[in-house]
Design a protein around this ligand. Structure first.
Ligand code: ADP
Length: 726
């Protein structure tokens, strides 16, 4: 391991590449996932429970506070109403008022009696003042002596209550009272002079300092935590105005306000008579849980709230604790598992180091079998293996020596072989040179041969052409001599002339054939296409050959003959082809034999037609099948060569009759030349030559179907299809 380069080593200990790393990782995953899962569930359920508890708590505080505020309001209303409803006071003050300026009756016992009453109420609840205001807004009796006779015409409570002629009690919410320089509330109760039911017209007014009376109630926040806060507010001219001192804004009363559209949700709900519980941001923008209540008597909203963070602090600390414990557990597990996995993995690593030594060829290794577990078993088997390997190595060394010897022998053999190969190569080289020389000689001979062939062809063409004129003279004169009885020929002479005539006739046939061949060879065969009915053409030829056929006692059968269309053909040339083929069939079939002629049509792309070299388009095939001597397989193609005749023609003549039509072996080459000039194919099929059993042969003519001469296309196409017969 220490022979490794550092980078390789790092790769080797990469977490997933070592057993140790993998073990540690799996264990941690196995432990941490459930731990975190449980922690998460506990955290959430704890949080929900806590939230429920706090909600209940805030709700009950809000209900209690609402009740206390309303009770407080009732008490004040009651206090002022008691004064206002006191018949003696009304009677006395009416009498005193008649004296004009109040300062005149300050010492009047009736006034002192009234003052007594007022003072006792004031003292009992630490009010700022309690006084009587007459119809004109003048103070006619007061606990604050210096105010006597003053007017309170500008106050809201005068304008909204006494001046407005209000029958019931009136509460002026929180306001800044300039006379006492304090935040205050005023409670007004109109005075009725019962029992004679005559209205006095004035009213009793009670002024309460907020700090003195109300604040202790509102600031009493039992069990609400450090962020718990109670606040009251009121909607006023499109604003929400806070009325009490807020925990985080002591200057708030009457000065701290929000437009309705921007007001925090808790106070907005409370002043809007929406009672309940909200989770929202408060005036500081801090998230709080708040209970909202509405005080109908004053149109106030009451909010009892606590900061979210504080509420959930215990849960958060629980979450943190879970995390710490998890972290600690992880560390412990890591150490533990690292130790355990070391115990598992180290022997394996040790084993692998020793294995490497064995790989290096040191089979003498013997592992200490310290343990009885799987690793111990492994070490044991490893030792067995090392021993076995040592044995094999000895055997291999021995065999190696043998192989070395054999190898040396082989080497010397190979050297001999090499020498022999070199020798043979030289010989081969020599014979190849000789071969090349002979090839060159052959090639020269071939060129010469081809030249000679051309000369022969030319000669053939020229000669046949030159022979025609004298030949027609000979035929003409001899036929004249025979026809004109006026010559009175001697019988012997007449026989000779007849010989001349017949000979010249035969010669004419041969010369014409030679001319045809030379035209075909020079690709100079001119065809004149006319629409032709093949069946009629064949019947015509049969009629012509009728006498021979009858003479031989042969039967001609028109076999399967489909309704053949008219085809554009050179009628004269095609007749020559048919004549030759049927003529040959008659010739090479014994007397009494049978000749069958059939025809078929092949549609474009037909398999059979294509196999016989027919290109695209429709084809017509005419087959002339005889029961004659047949043709040897090897001869089947050669009979289409010029001047080729199979064996001795005399021997083929199986009949006692001799034939005039016996040619020089040009008939088939010409026929093939003509058929190919039509774009067709001509071939023969026979199972072999056998004059005794007469297997027969079948000549096939396959022609493309062109309905009119125009359909044949250009002369090029025609020229292309003309090939000299092979
Ligand atoms: P020729 O004009 O001498 O008959 P062809 O070219 O017509 O020459 O025929 C060549 C040779 O092919 C013939 O001599 C004959 O040996 C052979 N042959 C042609 N037709 C037949 C046939 N139907 N049956 C057997 N052999 C035939």
């Amino acid at each position: 391991m220490n022979c490794m380069r550092p980078r390789e080593y790092l790769k080797k200990v990469g977490i997933l590449e070592s057993i140790k790393g993998r073990l540690v990782l799996y264990f941690i995953l196995l432990l941490v996932v459930p731990f975190l899962f449980i922690g998460y569930i506990a955290y959430n359920s704890e949080k929900a429970a806590l939230q429920d508890r706090i909600k209940g708590h805030l709700t009950s505080i809000a209900d209690i506070q609402k009740g206390r505020i309303r009770t407080w309001l009732y008490e004040r209303v009651t206090d002022v109403s008691i004064i206002a409803g006191n018949g003696h006071i009304i009677q006395d003050i009416e009498t005193l008022e008649k004296m004009g300026d109040p300062h005149r009756y300050v010492n009047d016992p009736r006034y002192l009696r009234i003052l007594d009453q007022l003072n006792s109420v004031k003292k009992s609840h630490n009010y700022l003042d309690i006084f009587i205001l007459d119809e004109d807004g003048r103070i006619t009796a007061t606990t604050v002596n210096k105010e006597l006779g003053e007017y309170r015409l500008d106050t809201e409570y005068y304008k909204e209550s006494i001046k407005a002629g209000l029958a019931g009690q009136y509460i002026q919410g929180v306001y800044y009272d300039t006379h006492y320089g304090k935040l205050a509330m005023a409670f007004v109760a109109p005075m009725h002079s019962y029992p004679n039911l005559r209205d006095y017209g004035g009213a009793a007014v009670l002024v309460v300092g907020m700090d003195e009376s109300f604040t202790p109630i509102i600031e009493d926040r039992p069990g609400m935590g450090s962020t718990g806060d109670t606040l009251i507010g009121k909607r006023e001219g499109g604003y929400v105005v806070y009325l009490n001192r807020l925990k985080y804004r002591p200057d708030s009363p009457l000065t701290f306000k929000f437009p309705l559209s921007k007001a925090p949700t808790p106070i907005l709900n409370a002043t809007g008579d929406i009672e309940g519980m909200v989770e929202a941001k408060d005036y500081r923008g801090v998230k709080v849980l708040a209970a909202t209540r509405y005080i109908p008597e004053t149109g106030w909203g009451l909010v009892v709230k606590e900061d979210y963070d504080e509420i959930f602090a215990p849960v958060e600390s629980l979450g943190r604790k879970v995390l710490y414990i998890t972290g600690f557990a992880l560390l412990m597990v890591f150490i533990l598992i690292y130790m355990v996995s070391s115990r598992i993995a180290d022997p394996i690593v040790e084993l692998s180091a020793l294995t490497r030594r064995v790989t290096g060829g040191d089979f003498g290794v013997n592992l200490p079998v310290k343990r009885k577990d799987e690793v111990g078993v492994l070490a044991g088997s490893f030792n067995d293996m090392a021993t076995a390997l040592m044995k094999y190595k000895a055997e291999v060394d021995e065999k190696g020596a043998e192989i070395g010897q054999a190898n040396r022998e082989l080497m010397s053999l190979a050297r001999n072989l090499e020498a022999k190969v070199a020798e043979r190569t030289a010989e081969l080289e020599e014979s190849r040179n000789r071969l090349r020389e002979s090839l060159e000689v052959l090639e020269r001979a071939n060129v010469e041969l081809r030249r000679m062939d051309r000369i022969k062809d030319n000669f053939l063409g020229m000669m046949s052409h030159e022979l025609r004129t004298p030949l027609s003279l000979i035929t003409g004169y001899s036929s004249n001599l025979l026809a004109d009885r006026g010559f009175h020929l001697d019988a012997r002479v007449e026989e000779a002339v007849e010989g001349i005539y017949k000979g010249s006739q035969r010669l004419k046939v041969i010369v014409n054939e030679m001319l045809d061949v030379s035209q075909i060879d020079a690709r100079g065969l001119r065809l004149v296409f006319t629409p032709t009915n093949m069946l009629l053409l064949i019947e015509d030829v049969l009629k012509e050959l009728g006498s021979f056929i009858r003479e031989r006692g042969q039967t001609v059968v028109m076999g399967e003959f489909m309704d053949m269309p008219e085809v554009a053909l050179d009628k004269k040339r095609m007749r020559q082809v048919v004549n030759n083929i049927i003529g040959n069939a008659v010739k090479f079939t014994p007397d009494g034999g049978r000749i069958e002629i059939t025809a078929r049509l092949y549609l474009a792309g037909d398999e059979y037609a294509r196999a016989h070299g027919a290109a695209v388009g429709e084809y017509m095939e005419v087959v002339v099948k005889d029961s004659g001597i047949g043709i040897d397989k090897e001869e089947a193609d050669r009979i289409f060569e010029k001047f080729y005749e199979v064996g001795d023609i005399e021997k083929h003549t199986t009949s006692k009759y001799r034939f005039l039509g016996r040619g020089v072996g040009l008939g088939l080459p010409i026929a093939r030349g003509i058929v190919e000039a039509h774009g067709g194919r001509l071939w023969v099929e026979s199972s072999g030559y056998d004059p005794a059993r007469c297997p027969g042969s079948a000549f096939h003519v396959m022609l493309p179907i062109f309905k009119t001469a125009g359909d044949r296309g250009t002369v090029d196409r025609f020229g292309e299809s003309v090939e000299s017969p092979k």
